[in-house]
Design a protein around this ligand. Structure first.
Ligand code: C2O
Ligand code: CU
Length: 486
């Protein structure tokens, strides 16, 4: 079946799970016979519209086994949704899980209201919901993703396997031989193929699965040929695991963060990807060999003695093997400039301070609590500004159109990645004096006992939505709040 034909079939059959396992997207450019990682099937928009049904249900193949893990349309990660700026995404979500769910289009600059990217929607077991998401004509092209966002079940459902990539792209905007979508998830499976309960400590600190998977496979092989360039769109879709990506051999050249192009490719040694972050890379091997895509342990100089989520893993974890064939051959040179979006400039209308805290009995204990003390005790909560999430409360009211600077402080002994829906932000300064990227992103790590200052342009959309820690266990435990822009 040729690609065009199967794309059409996806458009017609997009909602029917089984059709979505055809793998037209895999293997292009791979040497014949070599093992190569399959991609999630791609559902593309057609004439300005992507109409798709996603059925969330248990029962997927994961790490080469039949499991009771969760998936969309029978697989984890779910299909890759591919739309263009200006398209409408008409998505029916059907909940065949035993707990309520919903869907967030993470990173999309779209309305948070009504049946658009509204995180307050709740879809009960057995029910369906029709999302209609209008993607603006001037929406940035890039790598985004979708995942459940129902307060209290988010970590379980993401860890269970519910996540998928969402690519906004017009024409191919860089000339590469091969484009890959690599969705990284982690989970722990029991002997009988169920998703393991993380236990009280895992829920409190942020669970990490025994298996770190790429497109649902454990340690897959990625095939490549010398002298060619691949673009990798990597999504950290782990519920709570922080990744520090490193590729041995040819290395990674980062071209985008959170779907937004950097100004120029950056040679990247180790790339920190918090849960929710995405990064796009160019990979240009010139010599044959087998190389490793890894997540590296936290470097000792960044170790602040915090708890299990951040504790330095003793060794790197191999995520995938890059198998390069062919004779030594120069790769095409990297682009010198990228179509980066302009920086957020103009007068700042307001400043706010937002504080991530660990709270016990209503009292912030940030920085005071000795290592490990009180963890898992009753009454301990992850909070923002001393308060637990309340969907009915407006925590911040912002005037539509304003540009604001928010200083996100972390008064707790663990790292917390800050995420803001809909508008995204640009980092302007942080407590470690890191150079600022000058481009927008939507998740930024706020290190333990540190701070990050971000600039947000509350333009384009009004409505209520969320900001939170993207360690899903922490947001489920209360580290989430609302912003009302009107
Ligand atoms: Cu990726 Cu509020 O979510
Ligand atoms: Cu957190």
């Amino acid at each position: 079946m040729n690609g065009e034909l199967s794309r059409r079939r996806f458009l017609v059959l997009g909602g029917l799970g089984v059709a979505a396992t055809t793998s037209w997207a895999m293997g292009r450019g791979a040497p014949a016979g070599a093992a190569d990682l399959a991609e999630p099937p791609v559902l593309r928009s057609h004439r300005g519209r992507l109409e798709v049904t996603l059925v969330a249900a248990p029962g997927v193949r994961l790490a080469g086994r039949d499991t009771q893990a969760l998936g969309y349309n029978g697989r984890s990660p779910g299909p890759t949704l591919r739309v263009r700026p200006g398209d409408e995404l008409a998505l029916r979500l059907t909940n065949n899980l035993s707990t309520p769910t919903n869907l967030h289009t993470h990173g999309l600059r779209v309305s948070p209201q009504g049946n658009a990217d509204n995180p307050f929607v709740m879809v009960d077991p057995g029910a369906s919901f029709d999302y209609r998401i209008q993607i603006p004509k001037d929406h940035p092209v890039g790598t985004f993703w979708y995942h459940p966002h129902h307060h209290g079940t988010t970590a379980d459902q993401i860890f269970g396997g519910l996540a998928g990539a969402l690519v906004v792209a017009a024409e191919p905007d860089l000339s590469v031989t091969r484009e890959r979508v690599l969705v990284i998830t982690d989970t722990t499976l029991t002997k009988d193929g169920h998703v393991a309960d993380p236990g009280g400590m895992g829920r409190m600190m942020g669970r990490r699965g025994d298996l770190v998977l790429v497109n649902g496979e454990h340690r897959p092989t990625l095939a490549a040929t010398t002298g060619t360039t691949q673009r990798w769109r990597i999504v950290n879709a782990c519920a709570s695991r922080i990744l520090r990506l490193h590729l041995t051999g040819p290395g990674l050249h980062q071209i985008a963060l959170d779907g937004i192009y950097l100004h120029r490719p950056q040679s990247a040694g180790v790339v920190l990807l918090s849960p929710g972050n995405r990064a796009d890379f160019l990979v240009s091997p010139e010599a044959p060999g087998r190389f490793e895509l890894r997540t590296e342990p936290r470097p000792p100089e960044e170790d602040n003695g915090s708890g299990p989520t951040n504790a330095p893993a003793p060794k790197p974890i191999r995520l995938a093997t890059l198998a390069v064939t062919g004779s030594r051959r120069r790769a095409p040179s990297l682009p010198t400039a990228l179509p980066a979006a302009p920086a957020i400039t103009g007068p700042v209308h307001g400043n706010r301070k937002i504080t991530f805290e660990m709270t016990m009995g209503g009292m912030g204990l940030g920085g005071l609590l000795p290592d490990g003390m009180g963890m898992g005790d009753g009454g301990m909560a992850w909070t923002i500004d001393g308060r637990s999430f309340d969907p009915k409360r407006d925590d911040q009211k912002v005037r539509a159109g304003d540009v604001e600077e928010w200083t996100i402080a972390n008064d707790s002994p663990m790292d917390h990645p800050f995420h803001l829906h809909v508008w995204g932000f640009q980092v302007v300064a942080d407590s470690s004096n890191n150079p600022v990227s000058g481009t927008a992103q939507d998740v930024v790590m706020v290190p333990a006992n540190g701070w990050v200052r971000v600039r947000v342009a509350f333009t384009g959309f009004t409505g209520r939505t969320l900001y939170h820690c993207h360690v899903a266990d922490h947001s489920d435990a209360g580290m989430m709040a609302t912003v009302n822009v009107s």
